[in-house]
Design a protein around this ligand. Sequence first.
Ligand code: NAD
Length: 484
Amino acid sequence: MTNKVPITLTRGDGIGPEIMDACLHILTEAGAQIEPEEIVLGERVYLAGTLTGITQEALDSVFRTGVVYKAPLTTPQGSGFKSVNVTLRKTLGLFANVRPVVSYHPFVATKYPDVDIVIIRENEEDLYAGIEHRQTREVYQTLKLISRPGSERIIRYAFEFARRNGRKKVTCFTKDNIMKMTDGLFHKVFDEVSEEYPEIETDHKIIDIGAARAATQPETFDVIVMSNLYGDIVSDIVAELTGSVGLAGSANVGDKFALFEAIHGSAPDIAGRGIANPSGLLLGGIQMLLHIGQPEVATRVHNAWLRTIEDGIHTGDIFKTGTSKQRVNTKEFTDAVVARLGQEPQQLKSVSYESAERIRVEYRPRLIRAKQLVGVDLFLDWGGDYDKRDPNALGEALRKIDGDGLQLILITNRGQKVWPQTRTETFLTDHWRCRFESVGELPLTPQQIINLLSRAAEAGFDVIKTENLYMFDGERGFSLGQGQ
Ligand code: NAD
């Protein structure tokens, strides 16, 4: 008899309480040794005035137990409310999101009978850094932050996951033909880390064709690793192929903490009717049992669930006349799983989990010896009426603030070169990136940049932001302008 493992549990919003009750009942009946500590997150907390959706008391419970079992939450519409899901992932350092997606053909109707994919998504950075600004009247900006440690940890996690779970292939999706620096880094790190796993086949696809293939030939994929936004989108596409978003669970894992949930949301359209499918949350719960070292219970629950699906006992979201045998509500489905504890599926592949050490990944820092300041991009809010925006006039005015070792060499508008003048039909917004590079001694000093900013301010320019241009060990740390 194992000691009970404390876990933090939240029943969530919408269908959350209904499916959490169902899952807890199944897990307990199967012999899970867990001691839930309940916290409230989400809608009720937002409405009580905590804009993060999570109180310090709730966080303290998570810090104590290290494990969260979470039903879906509703993020209220409107500005000011931060997604509690994103807050939790970042606060707890849950860098890896692991979503197994499987089709249960012929028992659950799907056009794709052979899906067995694990999507591993980076969970903390990318466009989800949430750093957004309105910079001019016309232009808004979100920062896409991709770090070497963030990329290396998620990619290493994906390879380690593949190795431990007998997976044959890891595919990486990026858009590095366009985002050569951020996505280029992710791809480069993928290539580097893959060399440490020679037994695993690797592949890289540009995200557009990758997503298209995942949607049309999902059987050709095994493990897919992606940065945050691509992973968010592609994992929902793939989950939907198997019949319902209600059929997938996910683990969010970090070095010290882990959070387990369904991939779907709080389904307000069916909340309170007792008809929701608890399967996604249950499969998340199975991942939790593996994480806390209860593989026998995880095996019992998973096999009983597979048998229930195989017996055609289906909730409304996956019920299909002809394929399904009995349309059931949440409680009936739960009772059917409990009644099958100890049984195995007869046609679907049964599972047999063993205890395994948790995956721990390290970041191996690479030393950069020389970081050299070579220039600066000034971003300007410039030009009132659209038809009076003349890049030549801007170039001429800006050349007057050249000096002190810095010279204007390029102006772009939304990334497209518009000065020195080339003929272009580019639509001109009020957002200009003006690149000054060193024509003197290197490296530049920060003071030279401050002096340039002073000259720009004196000349009446509205500088909304600057980005320094660096060389790292002789390698350019900035992209060229489109058309430069
Ligand atoms: P959703 O996943 O809640 O629902 C999409 C559709 O799938 C709905 O038709 C719903 O009825 C159905 N569905 C989802 N889960 C089901 C289940 N278990 N059984 C049967 N049918 C199910 O997505 P949404 O409607 O876009 O979002 C609703 C709310 O959930 C939003 O506030 C959103 O922010 C939140 N959300 C939370 C999470 C999370 O907590 N991890 C994830 C996604 C969305």
